[in-house]
Structure formats: structure tokens, C-alpha cells
Design a protein. Structure first.
Length: 423
């Protein structure tokens, strides 16, 4: 039986040799290779400044600190995201205002965000920022977010953990722009399963020098000097602490991996795009599924390939489908249980599932299928064949069922050309 993991990093001899070189040269923590990764990453995504850190969570935390978030203020955060996007708001004793998503791409719904802004303002609350998340690697409604931020004087911090690379344009005649172009600060993840990886790591990017300088200082204990240089001939033994900073620096060992991952990024992206297209070809006629598609004027990074089950057509639920796939040797995941449905946010803020109805509705339907650059055609075909087998064996009897030959135990049901069903 073919076994297909949910993810496997694409690590080659270039990354291995660079790590060995780092081990041999003796500079293991933040040093010249971390600085080189910052330079190359900023250039690759056309950002003015980049600050390398040990996670995207750290980048988001530093970003909120840089814009001056204060206790008691509010930040708009999509409910359809990982824990980090909202928990960094709580680090400041500030309040995350959770926002519903759009059904077509799971990205933040700007109209719902504005409704929640107006409600918060009517209660005398101050809103400092908005953190859109580009779900699965597809850039959301950046124009809508920008207009909203301008109307209500909000800072924009993009959670671009899934994007490297990803591009957008405002209309068919506009110039393609890189993710984060319109943000005050954009934050990226280099976690093991991301588009490029350093094992653990992240990057905070900005076009504003004051934000970059603040994040750089705060990423290493609030030391006033370029802290890593204090152990070199260029540096000084003397330094001052200007603020109570954090320990968020990226090591040169991790940066050694990241340098070559970044240099391969276009090739890794092409492979992910190919795999997404193969899934679409092999599953496109299964009417019991809703497949992800790149929205107009978007270039998707395909970090995740998230399908939706049409549960009203099936005799089994999402959990049962996942168990069947696991028995077939296929690793899958779910992205995510919406934040407003987690115990902490329910208990702390009184959220009910129906408060963000689209996120709550979509959650039971979604499954993330394996997609990683070294995945081969046989593995994709195995995933698709097993998924088709599971679905075809658990169909409800309905005139709306799809496919040329549908099997429902114990009877054989054949759909004719005019849509009628015959036993």
C-alpha cells in the first residue's frame, strides 16, 4: 500500500551543506547568515526591510508592539485562523474582535469586519489594527481591507504565514504585486510544513524604517546596538537596554536552511501549483466535493489544498472520511476549528458558534489533503482514488447525485444521461 504523509519538507544537499558549513565556522546563533536571509527575503518579496525571527508568532507579536498596541484596545482578527493570530493580541491584554470569513476562499469578510467595528465603536472601544490572514496561501481582499483601515484609522498587519510566494493585482490591467505590499507590517512563517522552511522561524517585513528598527531591537532583549555584532571585531562590548524586549532571534543554523529554501522558492511554488492542478483534474467531476480555486487576480501559493465535503449528499461525516483516508495510508489535517468555537474564546468573550455563521458552517466540511513539493503523481492518484472510493461507497440516494456510475450498497444505482436514476 502506498503511504502518503500529510507533509514532507523538500530538503536537498544545498541546505545540508550550508548547515554543515555553519557548524564548522562556529557561528551558530544569529549572525551573518541570518542577516543575509533578511536581505534576500526582503529583495524577493520587494519589501524595504525584513527582520528574521524564530517564528511567525514572534513576528506578529513584534508587529503589534511596533505599532504601539495598548491594553484594552481591540484588533480585528479572522476566526478562521490558527491560534497565534489572536493570542498575540492577548499578550497585550488587548481584545481580539473575531470576524467571519467568505465562503469562496475562507478569507476575512470585510463587510462583517465593518459591522463589528461599528458595534465596538458604539460601545466606546478603541480599535488599533486589523490582521487579515491569507488562508491556505491565497491573498484575500487587500483592497477592501485597505479601504476599511483608511476609514477607521487602523494599522494593517498581514498574517502571510502561508504565502511565499503569492501575488495579487487589483484588476486585470493592474501590475502584479507581492503579498504584503499594502500592509504596515507583513509576517511570514518558516515552520516545517510551510512553503519554505527553516524548521522553526519567521520574518517580519515592512516599508517603514521606524517599525523595522523597533522590531529589530525588541527581537533581542531591547538591546540598543546591533546585538549580534557585539561578539565580532565590528561590534562593541558596551550596550544598553532601551526597552524590555524578547528573545525572538533566528539562528544561523536555521537561516542556513532558509537561504536555499528561498532560492528554490519559485521551483517549489511551481511544483505545488502542478499538484493543485492534478487534484483539480482528478477530482473535478466529483460533485460531492467543493475544490479550492484561485480567485481572480490572485496567484495562489498552494500551501494548503483544502476541500469541502457536501455532507448533505453523504452518509458519513468528516471524521469518518478522515478515518477512512488514514486507514488507506493517507495523512490529512483540518485547518481549522474557528477560534470563536475554542473553549478559551467562548469562555472569555461569550462567543457562540452562530455568532460567526459561515466559519461555523464551513468547519465540519473541510479537509486538508496532502500537498508538498516532493509529492509524486502516484501519491496524488492514490489520494484521489481513495477519496473517490470512500465517497462512492457512502452516497445518499438523491436525484442530484453526480458521476456516471454511483454505487450505494446494497443496490447498484446508475445515473442516466437525462439525470434519472435506475436501479
Amino acid at each position: 500500500m502506498i503511504n502518503v504523509p500529510f507533509h514532507k519538507p523538500s530538503i536537498g544537499p544545498e541546505e545540508i551543506n550550508e548547515v554543515v558549513d555553519t557548524l564548522k565556522n562556529g557561528w551558530l546563533t544569529t549572525g551573518p547568515k541570518a542577516k543575509l536571509l533578511e536581505k534576500e527575503f526582503a529583495c524577493y518579496l520587494a519589501h524595504q526591510y525584513a527582520v528574521a525571527v524564530n517564528s511567525c508568532t514572534a513576528a506578529l507579536h513584534l508587529a503589534l508592539e511596533a505599532i504601539g498596541l495598548q491594553a484594552g484596545e481591540c484588533v480585528l482578527v479572522p476566526s478562521m485562523t490558527f491560534a497565534a493570530t489572536a493570542e498575540v493580541v492577548r499578550y497585550f491584554n488587548a481584545r481580539p474582535i473575531l470576524v467571519d470569513c467568505r465562503s469562496e476562499d475562507f478569507n476575512l469578510d470585510v463587510a462583517d469586519a465593518e459591522r463589528r467595528i461599528l458595534s465596538a465603536l458604539s460601545h466606546g472601544e478603541q480599535i488599533r489594527a486589523i490582521i487579515p490572514v491569507h488562508y491556505a496561501g491565497q491573498i484575500g481582499d487587500v483592497a477592501g481591507v485597505a479601504a476599511l483601515a483608511k476609514r477607521y484609522d487602523l494599522r494593517i498587519i498581514e498574517d502571510a504565514a502561508h504565502c511565499c510566494p503569492a501575488f495579487y493585482r487589483l484588476d486585470n490591467s493592474a501590475v502584479w504585486q507581492t503579498v504584503g505590499t499594502g500592509a504596515d507590517i507583513s509576517c511570514y512563517s518558516f515552520y516545517a510544513n510551510k512553503a519554505i522552511t527553516t524548521g522553526e522561524g519567521g520574518m517580519a517585513c515592512t516599508h517603514k524604517s521606524e517599525y523595522a528598527e523597533r522590531m529589530r531591537v525588541m527581537s533581542l532583549h531591547g538591546i540598543s546596538k546591533d546585538a549580534w555584532k557585539r561578539f565580532t571585531s565590528e561590534g562593541s562590548w558596551y550596550y544598553e537596554i532601551t526597552a524590555p524586549g524578547f528573545k525572538y532571534n533566528l539562528t544561523d543554523i536555521a537561516a542556513s536552511i532558509g537561504l536555499h529554501q528561498l532560492r528554490k522558492s519559485d521551483d517549489l511554488h511551481r511544483k505545488r501549483t502542478y499538484l493543485a492542478n492534478r487534484y483539480a483534474e482528478l477530482l473535478g467531476d466529483v460533485d460531492e466535493l467543493v475544490l479550492p480555486v484561485a480567485q481572480p487576480n490572485r496567484n495562489h501559493s498552494w500551501h494548503l489544498y483544502v476541500i469541502r465535503l457536501k455532507l448533505d449528499r453523504l452518509l458519513l461525516d468528516r471524521a469518518a472520511v478522515i478515518e477512512e483516508l488514514k486507514r488507506a495510508g493517507i495523512g490529512v489535517s483540518v485547518h481549522w476549528l474557528p477560534l470563536h468555537m475554542h473553549p478559551y474564546y467562548r469562555n472569555a468573550y461569550g462567543y457562540e458558534p452562530a455568532d460567526l455563521p459561515r466559519s461555523a458552517q464551513l468547519y465540519p466540511e473541510i479537509i486538508s489533503l496532502p500537498i508538498f513539493p516532493d509529492m509524486n503523481d502516484a501519491e496524488v492518484e492514490h489520494v484521489c482514488n481513495q477519496l473517490r472510493r470512500i465517497i462512492s461507497g457512502h452516497l445518499k440516494i438523491s436525484p442530484k447525485l453526480s458521476g456516471k456510475l454511483l454505487i450505494h450498497k446494497p443496490s447498484k444505482i446508475i445515473k442516466t444521461g437525462n439525470g434519472e436514476l435506475k436501479l
